[in-house]
Design a protein around this ligand. Structure first.
Ligand code: NDP
Length: 499
């Protein structure tokens, strides 16, 4: 496959499927892969139609059935997974570059955050695997009852475009640690880094066929993958509407499903908060990763007594954020991932105005950086929580600030949402913090801290933010099934029938 060199790292001219340890050479429907920083086409994605998806699933199935991976000793699988992590570290700049070139996520964020996270995903699950013990019950007289955990089979792993490698690698690490095989389907917008990662997996010693890749549009490649009869379970991270379609298809096949979906998360700033820190964290919470993150604190609820101070500081700092090429290490905000997405984000400025919201800063594309898909960091002050910008996930650098008076009101607003992914609370008053813990209905609550994750702990949402959890034991439960074995300690007496 020919490649073009860009900034020292090669970008494949065509991104095809990766099956049985090799890129395929299929000709088919082509989609452009674009650098959002200047709208330049940098590669071409060749879409996998249903028969290629079938080949990928069969490859994963064969690898699972012949046990080339799952029957390897735990120590051997751990060693390979650690090697994957080492290779990711060695290729950090290249993977960051590929991810940056098709997602627009700033390099500094990738090099310090998402790519090291990819390595950590593999190290974590390698260690987890070595620690986990199966269960034994000795209470039934004359028996030992063993509860074994076995891999489910072939996993379909479908990821979004806002953190392609970090999220897909977490799914792969969780799936293969316990002996499953898998087929990954990244977003058609961001195939580059995940494709390169496939080669590193093979180089590290993951046997060909254990991890396969298909690329293409969700409605074509993704649907064929979820519906494939030899796929045993589906892990999906993406939007709520897509999740509804996937649930219907997976439900038809009675396939276990894990759904990590969107959010409209409340970031609650009480008057008892350290306001400087709350402003710092609110900016990070909505503007990091170009505002395209499920965990974004996109509804900032501020107690009216400190509203003016908060709004002034927040808007002033938002105006000063450094917008520019995601390749520039100084850039804080890069372009949005694709043109249609920027149009959608921009559309919310008019929607906010129509609902009576006040524009505090931003609200327009960055003309000086056209034809890149840049959008100014934007904040609006909503009249109340009924505004559409309070209810819909915008998934861009767009903060909605909502005032409140009392604690009761704050929790009522925070919970008045279709979503329930995460929440943030800012207060130095302990009773307020303790009450927040019990009042907030979301899968995760951060107190006086910006987002941070512990891979040992379950992560996931409620309501339209999905169901299922990822993280140490939660991933193990999803990617394995329990097999109960009754083992008699002495030969049990057997009633003699038919004598
Ligand atoms: P989408 O739901 O549009 O797409 C997610 C993935 O599903 C993509 O690979 C997409 O392919 C694929 N897909 C689309 N339709 C189907 C289908 N019918 N069958 C199978 N696969 C399909 O989400 P986005 O990519 O736009 O990602 C943004 C969303 O992801 C936001 O809502 C965000 O909140 C959420 N998200 C949630 C996270 C969490 O952990 N809770 C983390 C990160 C993001 P293609 O793009 O090629 O069409």
């Amino acid at each position: 496959m020919s490649q073009s060199m860009q900034a020292g790292f090669p970008i494949r001219e065509q991104v095809t499927s990766f099956i049985e340890g090799r890129y395929t050479r299929l000709a088919g429907h082509e989609l452009p892969v674009v650098f959002p920083g200047d709208a330049r086409r940098i590669s071409t994605l060749v879409e996998a139609p249903a028969d290629e998806v079938d080949a990928a699933v069969r490859s994963a199935r064969a690898a699972f059935e012949d046990g080339r991976w799952r029957r390897q000793p735990v120590e051997a699988r751990q060693a390979v997974m650690r090697k994957v992590a080492d290779l990711v570290d060695q290729h950090r700049d290249e993977l960051a570059y590929l991810e940056c070139m098709n997602s627009g996520i700033p390099m500094r964020h990738l090099q310090k955050g998402q790519i090291p996270r990819t390595a950590y995903n593999f190290r974590f699950f390698a260690e987890f695997l070595g620690q986990h013990a199966e269960k034994l019950h000795g209470q039934t007289d004359g028996y030992l009852t063993l509860v074994l955990r076995e891999p489910v089979g072939v996993a379909a792993l479908i990821g979004p475009w806002n953190a392609p490698l970090a999220l897909t690698s977490m799914k792969i690490a969780g799936a293969i640690a316990f002996g499953n095989s898998c087929v990954c389907k990244p977003s058609e917008v961001t195939p580059l880094a995940v494709a390169r990662f496939m080669e590193l997996l093979v180089e590290a010693g993951v046997p060909p066929g254990v991890v396969n890749l298909v690329n293409g549009r969700g409605g074509v490649t993704g649907e064929a993958l979820v519906a494939h009869p030899q796929v045993d379970l589906v892990s999906f991270t993406g939007g709520t509407q897509t999740a509804r379609r996937i649930s219907a298809s997976a439900g038809e096949g009675l396939k276990p499903l894990s759904l990590e979906l969107g959010g409209k998360s409340a970031n609650i700033v009480f008057e008892s908060a350290d306001l400087d820190r709350a402003v710092d964290a609110a900016l990070v919470g909505i503007f990091s990763n170009n505002g395209q993150q499920c965990l974004a604190g996109s509804r900032i609820l501020v107690q009216r007594t400190v509203l003016e101070r908060f709004v002034e500081a927040f808007a002033q700092r938002a105006r000063k954020l450094r917008i520019g090429s995601p390749l520039d290490p100084a850039t804080e905000i890069g372009p949005l991932a694709f043109q249609a997405h920027r149009q959608r984000v921009a559309g919310y400025v008019d929607i906010a105005r129509a609902d009576g919201a006040q524009l505090l800063c931003g609200g327009a594309p960055v003309e000086a950086l056209e034809p890149g898909f840049y959008f100014q960091p934007t904040a609006v002050l909503a009249r109340d929580n009924t505004a559409r910008v309070c209810r819909e996930e915008i998934f861009g650098p767009f903060a909605t600030i909502v005032p409140f008076d009392t604690q009761d009101e704050a929790y009522a607003i925070a919970n008045d949402s279709e979503f329930g992914l995460v929440s943030y609370v800012w207060s130095d008053h302990q009773p307020t913090v303790m009450r927040a813990l019990s009042e907030i209905r979301a899968g995760m609550v951060w107190i006086n801290t910006p987002m941070t994750r512990d891979l040992r702990a379950p992560f996931g949402g409620i309501k339209a933010s999905g169901y299922g959890r990822e993280g140490g034991e939660s991933s193990m439960k999803f990617y394995t099934f329990e097999k109960t074995v009754m083992l008699p300690t002495v030969p049990p007496s057997i009633p003699r029938m038919g004598i």
